[in-house]
Design a protein around this ligand. Structure first.
Ligand code: NDP
Length: 233
């Protein structure tokens, strides 16, 4: 019997990359899993089309998943916007979109999910290795959005602790996905900034999320956990 048998989970942005690996891992451990996606409908999993930039769609997706399961145990805020570049190229539209997907959506999803959670509920948000460490120019907006998740998570942890619901952030390091391929133009530079000298596989980030979702996470809340290969050491 899997360690998440009987649990239910919603993973935002679960059609590819880290989100897909998280969804697969939670399912292997026995959880019933639903994912959201924007364009790429994944097979073999309950999939809800919901653009995280649309606040109504985010809340509706949580409600749909919770109604389908009868409750919700685990919310993984994974969908992310990755707009980086020189300041002059990041204007109001880019700011609003990044904050909508990376901050507003996790906030609204958490708010909606809590109503369907009971003691033991887990809110896990995917942050970033560049939340508190900025080794490259061009990341002011993206880093701001991911740092916001750390503050949000601490606030959620404090508020939801009395309900037995935890909230944590997992900060991946460079992870081999479509958004950051291990054979991309910057890959060697990025690899060189990690202590381990390599990218993560999405499955390695999923392992950390799954641990938090399970009994290992019972007394972990408000934490910001780096799974970054030593990128920020
Ligand atoms: P990918 O680009 O590989 O996958 C993104 C996933 O999110 C897809 O399932 C995509 O859906 C979905 N998605 C994107 N935008 C939206 C949206 N507006 N609404 C709903 N779903 C959306 O990204 P990663 O797996 O690399 O990134 C996942 C998370 O990890 C992000 O929050 C990212 O910031 C973070 N991260 C990634 C790192 C890396 O090196 N890869 C490092 C640090 C953090 P669809 O398939 O339909 O487009």
């Amino acid at each position: 019997m899997g360690s998440l048998e009987g649990k239910t989970a919603l993973v935002t942005g679960g059609s590819r990359g880290i989100g897909a690996a998280v969804a697969a891992k939670l399912a292997v451990l026995g959880a019933r899993v639903a994912v959201t996606y924007q364009n790429t409908k994944p097979e073999g999993v309950t999939a809800i089309r919901a653009d995280s930039a649309d606040p109504d769609a985010v809340v509706a997706a949580v409600e749909e998943a919770a109604a389908g399961f009868g409750r919700l145990d685990v919310l993984v805020n994974n969908a992310g916007a990755f707009r980086v570049g020189p300041l002059e190229e990041l204007g109001r539209e880019e700011f609003d979109h990044t904050m909508a997907v990376n901050v507003r959506a996790p906030f609204l999803a958490a708010r909606a999910a809590v109503k369907h959670m009971r003691e033991g509920g887990r809110i896990i948000s995917i942050g970033s290795n560049v939340a508190v460490y900025a080794p490259f120019p061009g990341f002011a907006l993206y880093s701001a959005s991911k740092t916001a998740l750390i503050g949000m998570t601490k606030g959620l942890a404090r508020e939801l602790g009395p309900l037995g619901i935890t909230a944590n952030v997992v900060n991946p390091g460079p992870t081999d996905t479509d958004a950051n391929p291990a054979d991309g133009p910057m890959a060697d530079t990025i690899r060189g900034l990690t202590a381990l000298g390599r990218f993560a596989a999405p499955e390695e980030i999923a392992e950390v999320v799954a641990a938090l979702a399970g009994s290992a996470g019972a007394y972990v809340t408000g934490a910001s956990i780096n799974a970054d290969g030593g990128f920020t050491v």
